[in-house]
Write a protein that binds this ligand. Structure first.
Ligand SMILES: N[C@@H](CCC(=O)N[C@@H](CS)C(=O)NCC(=O)O)C(=O)O
Length: 203
């Protein structure tokens, strides 16, 4: 059985919990207290971070890598596109999201920089601007890639859920993003994957 070591408020762990529930197979989630990290976390992940997935002798870290593995192990419903060209594009998008958006999410999550208001504000502004640029795409598309729900939507959802919590207000022109977010949040697997601490992040 797969075991996911997960942070109860961690957006990256949230991605993996979401995929596990989408697949509807057997798994175990172990909540990790990041303020009091068990020693084995750094043994399993040299970067000392969650999420970590363990299955028999396989130990994986990095949320997108974990999610691709789960998707290949349990192909239904498939979250990476079947077509190699679309698959490659999806990977490129995932990479762009990490570089342009989630690097700033990591700054907002960084416990050692909690009082660096300048850095936090710069991260909020960068996220707001980048998300606003995506709004026209979501006016056209139901999901990031079109009609189908994919790994790109999984990757994005934990950030969209945390916008209020992070103190990020999107401009009115970004309304398609809010509608897109509600579409994802209404998925049964999304609701099941939320921890009690995440449930209270949004009213
Ligand atoms: N790029 C990593 C980021 C994971 C990450 O930043 N995890 C944070 C929690 S959200 C963590 O474990 N931090 C270690 C700590 O706080 O000690 C991923 O996608 O999995």
């Amino acid at each position: 059985m797969m075991v996911l070591y997960s942070g109860t408020t961690c957006p990256f762990s949230h991605r993996c919990r979401f995929v596990l529930f989408e697949k509807g197979m057997d798994f175990e989630i172990r909540d990790i207290d990041l303020y009091n990290k068990p020693e084995d976390i750094s043994v399993m992940n040299p970067y000392g971070q969650v999420p970590i997935l363990v299955e028999r002798d396989l130990i994986l870290y990095e949320s997108n890598i974990i999610n691709e593995y789960i998707d290949e192990r349990f192909p239904h419903p498939q979250l990476m596109p079947a077509d190699p060209v679309m698959r490659a594009r999806t990977r490129l998008f995932l990479y762009n999201f990490e570089k342009e958006l989630f690097i700033h999410v990591a700054a907002l999550e960084d416990r050692t920089a909690r009082h660096d208001e300048k850095r936090l504000d710069a991260a909020r502004a960068a996220i707001r601007d980048r998300l606003s640029q995506l709004a026209p795409l979501l006016l056209k598309n139901k999901y990031m890639l079109g009609e189908e729900f994919t790994m790109l939507d999984v990757a994005m959802a934990p950030l969209l859920w945390r916008l209020d919590h992070y103190g990020i207000e999107l401009p009115k022109t970004a309304a398609p993003i809010q509608k897109y977010a509600e579409r994802i949040f209404s998925r049964p697997a999304y609701i099941e994957a939320l921890t009690p601490s995440e449930k209270v992040m949004r009213r």
